[in-house]
Design a protein around this ligand. Sequence first.
Ligand SMILES: [Zn+2]
Length: 61
Amino acid sequence: MNKSLLELLVCPVCRGPVHPEDEDSRLVCPACRVAYPVREDIPVMLPEEAKPWEPKEHQAQ
Ligand SMILES: [Zn+2]
């Protein structure tokens, strides 16, 4: 994914930064604990498209 594009992306709910997970197939907002889908390299930053996301326990966040 384009890095400069990624830097422009914020969570539409909390306006916090998001980060890619699972090889850019989705963008995670750790603050809201949701993941936004990426479809054909286009992030879908819509609250209604967000899926629940939980931090993996073995990862230090
Ligand atoms: Zn958020």
